[in-house]
Design a protein around this ligand. Structure first.
Ligand code: TUI
Length: 312
């Protein structure tokens, strides 16, 4: 599985953990990196000093490469962008926006920059701005999403750019990993299945809800507000979608999701929380350690590459 992406990042397996707010903290990130993937700390909306501490903790736990995800809608993004340089973070992934304004500052100190994109146009712009790779994230993903499916987005972005492409959205096993390579990707980013790992600090109720979920159990709220977010369906998504249909104001809608991710991750509130998850939740059946999970999917994909068909 060594290729130009593993080479670029200095990792063993081309498996990157998603930068999930509240979920992707130092325990998860260090476990993924230590297992040979790329662990990511998500800055989310957290205070800068928390982010700095998380980076230092990952460095204490592993000497392998790791990354920091910056959610560009975060009002704190400028400050987090500087922490990347101050703390010598080797790799940055970005989401929910265009990181072009930070690119010179990061490239000057050799940070590898990997923006998440949901369109061909942004992928091309990012390559021109100096991105080292892009994550092509399909609408199957959890959280804040674009409109195009992984199946059609990945090959179009692979055709449009010369930097490595990482496929994301809908991938949770070795079939997905193998398929990503077939579509022209050099690796995958996985979120949902990493929520349900032994090292993940997520409340057991949230993990159980993902394990129990079937193929049709995610819903997208906020399509009308311009901020589509995919979550497991629950009372919050039902109320949100009903209010959205009734033409509720942005304030009324935002009230429903206020602190929703913390409710889900920390309190285990599966009724009112925002249980962000991708459509791959239907493929998640059990809790593994990060090492078990990465080795499982890599083994499955290698079996498929040997020309053997998938067997139950
Ligand atoms: O960013 C994500 N997923 C996220 S961010 C997030 S934080 C949140 N917390 C609570 C409520 C709502 C959100 C949860 N999930 N994925 C990466 C991603 N980026 N997906 C889509 C995009 C994207 C969308 C538009 C990237 C760029 C873009 O436009 C940029 C431009 O300027 O053209």
């Amino acid at each position: 599985m060594k290729n130009r992406l593993t080479e670029l990042l200095g990792i063993e397996y081309p498996v990157i953990q998603g930068g999930m707010s509240w979920v992707a903290e130092q325990n998860l990130a260090s476990a993924v990196s230590q297992a040979g993937g790329l662990g990511i700390i998500a800055a989310g909306n957290a205070p800068s000093e928390w982010v700095r501490e998380q980076i230092r903790e990952v460095k204490r736990k592993t000497d392998k490469p790791f990354g920091l995800n910056i959610m560009l809608m975060n009002p704190n993004a400028d400050e987090i962008a500087k922490i990347v340089v101050e703390e010598s973070v080797p790799i940055v992934t970005t989401g929910a926006g265009n990181p072009a304004k930070y690119m010179d500052m990061w490239k000057a100190v050799g940070v590898k920059v990997i923006p998440v994109v949901a369109s061909v146009a942004l992928a091309k712009r990012m390559e021109r701005s100096g991105a080292d790779a892009v994550i092509a994230e399909g609408t199957e993903a959890g959280g804040h999403i674009g409109e195009t499916t992984t199946m059609v987005l990945v090959p179009q972005i692979a055709d449009a750019v010369n930097i490595p492409v990482i496929a994301a959205g809908g991938i949770a096993d070795g079939r997905g990993l193998a398929a990503a390579f077939m579509l022209g990707a050099s690796g995958v980013q996985i979120g949902t299945h990493f929520v349900v790992t032994k090292e993940s600090i997520v409340h057991q109720n949230y993990k159980n809800a993902i394990i129990k979920a079937s193929d049709i159990d995610t819903k997208v709220t906020g399509r009308t507000t311009g901020h589509p977010v995919r979550c497991l369906r629950n009372q919050m998504t039902r109320e949100y979608l009903k209010k959205e249909e009734e033409g509720a104001t942005l304030e009324e809608l935002e009230y429903l999701t206020l602190g929703g991710l913390k409710k889900a991750v920390v309190d285990g509130d599966t009724t009112n929380g925002s249980l962000m998850a991708g459509q791959s939740a239907g493929l998640v059946k059990a809790e593994y350690t990060c090492k078990e999970f990465i080795e499982k999917i890599v083994g499955e994909a290698e079996t498929l590459f040997e020309g053997k068909l998938w067997e139950k």
